[in-house]
Write a protein that binds this ligand. Sequence first.
Ligand SMILES: *Cc1c(COP(=O)(O)O)cnc(C)c1O
Length: 381
Amino acid sequence: MTPIDFSQLPHTPCYICEESLLEKNLQLLQRVQKESGAKVILALKGFAMWSTFDLVGKYLQGCTASGLHEAKLAREKMNKEVHTYSPAFKDDEIEEIARISDDIVFNSPSQFHRFYDRVKAINPAISVSLRVNPEYSSSPVDLYNPCGIYSRLGTIIANFDASLLSKLDGLNFHALCEQNVDALEGVLEAFEAKFGSYIDGLKYVNFGGGHHITRSDYDVDRLIEVIKAFKARYNNITVYLEPGEAVGWQTGPLVASVLDIVHNGMDIAILDTSAEAHMPDTLAMPYRAEVRGAAQAGEKPYTYRFGGNTCLAGDIMGDYSFDEPLKIGDKVIFEDQIHYTFVKNTTFNGIKLPSLAIWTKEGTLNIVHEFGYEEYKNRLS
Ligand SMILES: *Cc1c(COP(=O)(O)O)cnc(C)c1O
């Protein structure tokens, strides 16, 4: 595996997806599929770099989409299984969604009753599922907890409508966020206690996303055992997993440059990127992105606060220390910025969206898209 040659980078900011790291994740997911019998599909919400979808489609069964646009992208760019879920489908989109999806997941019995006949009339072969809420949560962050108090996501057992069963092909739950298999075991126990009696006769159960399968401490063997045991309990039923983050996990950096260094109680480096616009989870989650060669503030001799090139005071990535002083023009490499970054980017303050690049297995830097003024203008009127 050749490390990225940053001298090939013509400009910053730029996300660089490392093809060999992506493939390594896909190979691990393929092992889960082979050994457990589960099917794995990519959740586009977390990673949607479609220039990699030929590669992703070699390993995974398709995509899970959260509405019309993601479903269109899944059909157009991967063209394998398309599973579409939305918290609420709309009248003017449901027919196109039905036409291009292999599987549709309703969030509530009311949505199911509203759209079932129309969906089946357009696409008689489509599978139809209901998302349920197992009301078991171990998610560390409320913003990312689909089973938190008053959650709108999925049908709780008290609202389950058993009259749907004759028309249902599957049940979905999605309850995890960046978690290990012990959390899945807890969710499964709650799911089976509540919905287990409805599983016989279904074609599949979808365990959602949030499985951090490609993280180094994830217990992959245990996951395989848990899936196999579940399948054995329910007549070899098909199990789906739909990770997003685990596909894009640690597959490449966001590279930025130092534009200026100012002093106000401390040294502050202004970068040509933005936490708010380009690394949104660092503020929303929040978490601290790792920077290559840097340590916590004060650990090395030269500490800087990194700020974005927007007028938002809180557009701050954090404080980082270095062995040598930073200079204007130096590159700053934020690690692991491929998932939940460019899928959420905005053109806030008119700043340029980072380019998207692939560092190929052969060791070439392929800039797949550079953005400019048009992206800013076209989102306004
Ligand atoms: C977000 C989401 C996923 C993917 O979650 P990750 O944490 O990225 O693995 C899968 N399914 C549903 C319904 C989701 O909302």
